[in-house]
Design a protein. Structure first.
Length: 281
């Protein structure tokens, strides 16, 4: 079935936008092409886990480096240590410790929890940061991470929650919208690619229903907020004429949408305030 002229032109424009977004990093200097924030976040998260794992080992009676390592690799965890270092703990948040909407994103219960999340972050984050750019990636990661904690705070008030999975689901949501926006650049209108993403998301959410102590409210909150941010910040390139030259412009770049980025941060803070008000009365 042949496309109408208008549809063919639109399809070519979308394909151009997609290929530009995917290959953009190759045209940058090597220092700019590295997914710095992905690696820095992973390093910070790993360092914090080392600190909390050491404290968990001490609380379990470890007296030597060998004991500490044995305790860490046994997936031992301690809720009191996590709370002390900033886990999502509703009582503490209601007492005014509002930084707990942020700190849980960098905390993990044990080595398996941390290892799986950091593996997912590095595999997905390097790719997404190359497409979205450094600052947009950081904005999406932090905002969706906070939104995931707000969702957990409101819908699972009894749970002590930690982990980067809500923020990682946020990256998945943002990337899903990038694929949806550029679906005409994929074969069969992007249906196979989108179906694959839906399958992966569904499997992960189902795992959360089966395995105990998995905070699916945080996952859903992160994913949905990632989808919303993807609508406004996913790269989309169009041809524009500037100074007599035709150039490709990312109309969703932060330099063009910085007021929306500030509004996003303000809405996130307001959401936390509203959640505290309704939970705390």
């Amino acid at each position: 079935m042949s496309l109408l002229p208008e549809e063919a032109v639109l399809s070519r424009r979308i394909q151009l936008s997609y290929s530009t977004a995917i290959t953009r990093y190759r045209k940058l200097r090597w220092t700019e092409a590295i997914s710095w924030f992905t690696w820095v976040i992973a390093l910070i998260t790993f360092s914090i886990w080392c600190l909390t794992a050491y404290q968990v080992a001490l609380a379990a009676g470890a007296h030597s480096l060998r004991d500490v390592l044995a305790n860490a690799f046994s997936n031992s965890e301690n809720a009191d240590v996590l709370i002390a270092y900033g886990a999502k703990y509703n009582q503490a948040i209601l007492e005014g410790q509002y930084w707990r909407f942020v700190t849980p994103v960098f905390l993990h219960a044990n080595i398996l929890h941390m290892g799986l999340n950091m593996l997912n972050l590095i595999v997905l984050g390097v790719f997404v940061e190359r497409i979205f750019g450094h600052l947009r990636f950081l904005l999406i990661y932090l905002v969706t991470g906070v939104i995931s904690i707000i969702a957990s705070f409101y819908f699972a008030p009894q749970e002590i929650s930690v982990g980067a999975s809500g923020a990682i689901f946020g990256l998945v949501g943002a990337y899903s919208l990038f694929v949806f926006i550029h679906r005409k650049a994929f074969r069969r209108g992007g249906i196979p690619a989108l179906s694959w993403l839906v399958l992966i998301i569904g499997i992960n959410l189902c795992i959360g229903l089966i395995i105990p102590n998995v905070d699916n409210y945080a996952h859903v909150g992160g994913f949905l907020s990632g989808c919303i941010l993807g609508c406004f910040f996913a790269p989309f390139y169009v041809l524009r004429s500037e100074e007599g030259k035709t150039v490709l412009i990312d109309v969703h770049s932060l330099s063009r949408r910085w007021p929306l980025a500030l509004l996003t941060i303000a809405v996130t803070i307001l959401s936390a305030i509203i959640a505290v008000h309704f939970i705390g009365g």
